[in-house]
Write a protein that binds this ligand. Structure first.
Ligand code: FAD
Length: 325
C-alpha cells in the first residue's frame, strides 16, 4: 500500500469533510481554490477549502468545521495586503462576504465583506461624507478596519462606532471601538483571530461636492504613485514612528530609496520603480522570490541605518513550528 503524499492526504481529507456538509454550506465551498486569484499580488497555490461566508451563521458554521477537523484557519478579505504561499494553504480559508449596506442619519451599517472603495462610493451616493480620503484603497471594509488602514493623515479608527465580531471560540459579540486595540496599521482584535462581520461607521451628513472633489484628487494622486498595471500588495513595510511628537512618521520608502532598493529584484519579483516600498509581480513571481527580495530590502536598511523595518504585508501560509522560518 502506498503512503499518500501530504498533498494527496489533503485532497482525501477535504473530500471527507465536504461529504459531511449540508447542501446549503457545500455550495459556498471551493476545493483547491487558487489563492493567486484571491490576492492582488497574484501569487499563491491552492487553498484546500475556500469557504464563502455571506452571513454570521455561515461564518460560525465554517469556523466550527475548521475546529472540528482541526484545520489550519485563515480569514480572507480582498487579499490586498497578503503574500500567499506557493504551496497554497492546506486548511480552511474563510472568505468574509457579508455585504449588507444601510444608512440612518449620519451612521452607516455595512457588511465587512464589501469592497472598500465601493463602500466609499455608496456612502457618498447616500449623502454621507468622511471616508473620501481613503478612495482607491483596495480590499474589503473588514480588512481596512482590522488593519486600521489609513493614508493622507487619517485612519479608519476615527470612524468606527460599533462592530459585530465572531471570536475564535465561536462567540458573536457587539464591540465598541475601545475593544479593537487600534494601532498604526494594526488592531489587537486582528492579532487575536476575531472575525469581523459587520461594521457601523459614524460619518458626516452632506459636504458631498467637496468630498467628491477630494475623492478625485486622491485617486489621481494614487494613479501617479502606485503600480497601476502591475500586481502588488501596497506598502511592504510600515513607516517608522515619528522622531518627535507632532512630527510625521518617517516613510520606510525614503530609507529604501536611499539604499538603492528600486534596482532590486529576484526573478519576476521586483521593487516598483516608482515607489521603493512596493514589491510588484512582473510576471510569474513566486512567494519564495518575494520573501528573498523583502529580506534583502530589510537587510540593506538595517546595514546602513540600523533600523529594523517591520513588515506590513501578512503571510497567508500554514506555519509549521518545527521548521525554521
Ligand atoms: C495598490 C495598493 C495600495 C494600497 N494603499 C493602502 C493605503 O493607502 N493605506 C493602507 O492602509 N493600506 C493600503 N493598501 C493595503 C491594503 O489594501 C489594505 O491593508 C486593506 O485594507 C486590506 O484589506 P483586505 O480586505 O484586502 O485584507 P486582506 O489582505 O484580505 O487581509 C489582511 C489581513 O486582515 C485580516 N482580515 C481581512 N478581513 C478580515 C475580517 N473581515 N475579519 C478579520 N480579519 C480580517 C486578514 O486575516 C489578514 O490578516 C494598499 C494595497 C495596494 C495593493
Amino acid at each position: 500500500m502506498s503512503i499518500p503524499s501530504n498533498r494527496e492526504a489533503n485532497v482525501l481529507n477535504t473530500e471527507k469533510i465536504l461529504s459531511g456538509l449540508p447542501d446549503d454550506l457545500k455550495m459556498l465551498v471551493q476545493r483547491q481554490a487558487p489563492l493567486r486569484n484571491r490576492t492582488t499580488l497574484q501569487i499563491g497555490g491552492p487553498a484546500s477549502l475556500l469557504c464563502e461566508a455571506r452571513n454570521t451563521e455561515q461564518a460560525r458554521r465554517f469556523q466550527e468545521i475548521a475546529h472540528h477537523h482541526e484545520l489550519p484557519f485563515f480569514i480572507l478579505g480582498g487579499g490586498s495586503n497578503l503574500l500567499a504561499a506557493d504551496e497554497g494553504f492546506a486548511g480552511l480559508v474563510l472568505l468574509v462576504a457579508t455585504d449588507e449596506f444601510t444608512t440612518s442619519g449620519n451612521t452607516l451599517i455595512a457588511g465587512a465583506g464589501l469592497d472598500f472603495d465601493q463602500l466609499i462610493q455608496r456612502s457618498l451616493a447616500a449623502g454621507l461624507s468622511g471616508l473620501e480620503f481613503a478612495s482607491g484603497i483596495p480590499g474589503t471594509l473588514g480588512g481596512a478596519v482590522m488593519g486600521n488602514a489609513g493614508c493622507y493623515g487619517h485612519e479608519l479608527c476615527e470612524f468606527l462606532l460599533e462592530a459585530i465580531t465572531l471570536s475564535p471560540d465561536g462567540l458573536v459579540q457587539r464591540r465598541g471601538p475601545e475593544e479593537f486595540g487600534f494601532g498604526y496599521r494594526s488592531t489587537a482584535l486582528r492579532e487575536s483571530g476575531e472575525i469581523l462581520l459587520q461594521v457601523t461607521l459614524k460619518l458626516q451628513l452632506g459636504g458631498i461636492d467637496e468630498a467628491l472633489a477630494t475623492r478625485n484628487e486622491k485617486i489621481l494622486d494614487r494613479r501617479s504613485k502606485h503600480p497601476n498595471n502591475l500586481p502588488s500588495a501596497g506598502s511592504w513595510f510600515r513607516n517608522l514612528p515619528a522622531p518627535a511628537p507632532g512630527q510625521h512618521r518617517v516613510a520606510a520608502g525614503s530609507l529604501l530609496e536611499k539604499v538603492g532598493a528600486k534596482k532590486m529584484f529576484e526573478g519576476d519579483a521586483r521593487v516598483f520603480s516608482g515607489h521603493a516600498n512596493m514589491i510588484v509581480n512582473t510576471g510569474e513571481a513566486t512567494s519564495a522570490q518575494v520573501k528573498i527580495l523583502a529580506r534583502r530590502m530589510k537587510k540593506a536598511v538595517a546595514d546602513k541605518y540600523q533600523v529594523d523595518l517591520i513588515q506590513e504585508v501578512r503571510h497567508l501560509e500554514v506555519v509549521n513550528p518545527e521548521l525554521p522560518q
